[in-house]
Design a protein around this ligand. Structure first.
Ligand code: BT5
Length: 322
């Protein structure tokens, strides 16, 4: 049943908004005209808007706001990123599911995606607001053969992939705030949470959670001042499945480059998108607050802060204020 649905959506995707006759569809799917009609009705129930015109057939006018494995798979151009998709409409946190899948040995590039998280989380057990059908709440599972100390680089790589995808899919110009925030016009539109399954100095899996505010029109009061969405900034709704596809493609390209040539090329890209370079910042760490100028990141992705006395301090983990 789902196989036929995929084929039907594939046919509509190829038709590119043109009509497909009932006969053509039934030939293509190898089923009766009545069965075609039933599948069309099923699509309508899923939220697709289809126009049916006598003699011309059917065409898709509007896709549902929901995302599904099918929506992500159709037109996906990657080799291994997102080739295994675990989708559920509601979950507690995609990170939690990703940890289980990673332990069960799911292939590299597996993604966990949902339409809503009931307890989405940020760093240090902070809450991540993940309302229904508006954002991209996704976890990516990787099994890179790299030392544990290099894994923060993957957070930075992910930020670059997401910035590139947002630039490609919208008119917006996002910036990265070290280490894991993507800002648009000074407000946070994306958060990234990288977690590890590792033993001693061997990485077993890296689980990268990405929260992207896409179609929200407003935020709860406690986030109003600091959060934004692509919709709020661009005035336009975006197709979440399309953005996921573009992120996966950009990510795959950067990740392969990273595995081949190391962090250098990624670092250059990251710096070109960074908002805090050569600016005075305040870094709140667990051991206290530091002030100085952000002069860059080192080859491991660690933030370099130049203090007033000229001394350079390495920042491994902090919240940054500009
Ligand atoms: C982050 O943490 O920015 C990482 C967020 C990662 C979320 C993804 S969604 C898929 C996957 N599954 C999960 O459960 N998590 C990952 P941090 O830098 O600690 O920022 C958290 C802070 O951002 C909160 O304390 C709020 O102030 C703010 N915040 C919460 N929800 C937000 C939202 N939707 N948009 C912007 N800011 C938000």
């Amino acid at each position: 049943e789902t196989g036929i649905r995929t084929k039907l959506l594939e046919a509509f995707s190829k038709a590119n908004g043109e009509f497909l006759s009932g006969q053509k569809i039934s030939d293509y799917l190898g089923c009766s005209r009545t069965a075609v009609w039933k599948h069309i009705e099923e699509l309508r129930k899923e939220g697709y808007e289809l126009e049916a015109v006598r003699r011309l057939g059917y065409r898709i006018i509007k896709k549902p706001d929901k995302i599904s494995s099918n929506e992500i798979k159709l037109g996906l151009e990657t080799e291994f990123m997102g080739r295994t998709i675990h989708f559920e409409p509601v979950v507690t946190s995609t990170q939690k599911i990703a940890h289980q899948l990673a332990n069960d040995g799911t292939p590299e590039g597996t993604i966990v995606v949902t339409d809503e998280q009931t307890s989405g989380r940020g760093r240090m057990a902070r809450e991540w607001h993940s309302p229904k059908e508006t954002g991209i709440w996704m976890s990516i599972i990787l099994h890179p053969n790299i030392p544990v100390s290099n894994t923060p680089q993957l957070t930075l790589l992910t930020a670059v992939a997401i910035v590139q995808a947002i630039e490609e899919e919208t008119s917006l110009t996002p910036h990265i705030k070290w280490p894991n925030d993507i800002l648009i016009n000074g407000k946070k539109a994306v958060g990234i949470l990288t977690e590890l399954i590792a033993e001693a100095d061997r990485v077993h899996s890296v689980i990268i959670g990405t929260g992207i505010n896409v179609n929200q029109e407003k935020f709860p009061e406690h986030l109003e001042e600091i959060a934004t969405s692509l919709k709020i900034e661009s005035g336009k709704k975006s197709d979440r499945a399309k953005i996921i596809q573009t992120i996966l493609l950009r990510f795959e390209t950067l990740y392969l480059l990273y595995l081949k040539e190391g962090f250098k090329p990624i670092k250059l890209l990251w710096e070109s998108y960074s908002i805090s370079m050569n600016k005075p910042i305040t870094a709140r760490t667990l051991n206290g607050t530091l002030q100085g100028e952000a002069i860059g990141i080192d080859d491991n992705g660690v933030l370099l802060l130049k203090k007033a006395d000229g001394e350079i301090e390495k920042i491994y983990s902090a919240d940054i204020e500009l």
